[in-house]
Design a protein around this ligand. Sequence first.
Ligand SMILES: *Cc1c(COP(=O)(O)O)cnc(C)c1O
Length: 371
Amino acid sequence: MRATRAFIHLDHLKENIALVREKTGKAVCMPLKADAYGHGALELAKTALAAGVKYLAVATVGEGAALRQGGIEAPVLLLSIPLPEEITELAASDMEVLAGDEEYIEALEQEAARTGKRIRIHLKIDTGMGRIGCTPAMAPVLASRIAESKNLMLAGTATHLAVSDSLAAKDRAFTNRQLEAFSAAVEGIKAAGVDPGLVHAANTGAVTFYSGAWFDMVRPGILLYGYAPRDETGCAALAVKPLMELVSSLVFIKPIAKGTTVSYGRTWKAKTGTIIGTLPIGYADGLPRGLGNTWRILAGGVLRLLVGRICMDQCMVDLGQDSGLRRWDRVTIFGGGAPHAGIMASLLGTIPYEITCNINKRVPRIYIDKN
Ligand SMILES: *Cc1c(COP(=O)(O)O)cnc(C)c1O
């Protein structure tokens, strides 16, 4: 196996799930979209279900079908809207869907009528995310429409929050308005004599900061992968642990003289004689190219700078003159004992989701479970 690999700590996943369950006391739906934010959906699904997660969520029909092919029998909720021609596979894979418009609901109904198997719908209400879903005013109408169909079932009612990870006053006000609109819509559904099913709204930010958003089920993603939003004091509100640890090995080592430059564009020059190590990892593996001359990796117990531009498949690290490190020694790029992907993300002005999702498929995932 190649030197560059991602260790995925399943024991951390179990601990993170336990923290969320303890904190909320609610059923947990784990978003596994984008191959579980780059961690590997099937492995994580198995661990998550064993740790008490009740629902799984995906973004594409293919992702849901892959979970079914992998033997997963738990409810799988499709969060995005597929093309009409994907509905047959969606139903065949026994997936539940988020839907919030008549045309899509009608297409689902036709498929269910054709196969004679009910499709379970979670009514998606747009309370301010501006992505998919019906207006709160339409919610009772569509809920009744679904509930009255013998081919469909209203399994749940949901919304999604746009700024729940922020405690800035204007973001708090917006989130509270979203939650009020959602609660009112759920009451409207009940007043129309319809059971709204599982009511759910809380992503990571809301699990962390808004207990009023927990309802019947919570859907935290990045939190379960080990990255917590911070409160006003800068403190991570839940002590979750990152799952992903990206490592590589020194495959070539050489001394260089003062004034020697390293990599494309000659953006780094040795101020003194030093020793340079080469790592078989580059931007094609998902190591952001912007990290050259910026990110420090853990090598021999010390954080050491990646020097020069990061290449497609390789990059270089300044080991200093007397690190004692030898060829083939392992180093940690992020996670484990090194700063985690969330810290890398803030340095680059992005979010941890983008870092872990972008770790390429050619990086093997190695699953580790210490308990
Ligand atoms: C991705 C997603 C989530 C999880 O979001 P996090 O920010 O990772 O907690 C929850 N709900 C929906 C609808 C999503 O698309």
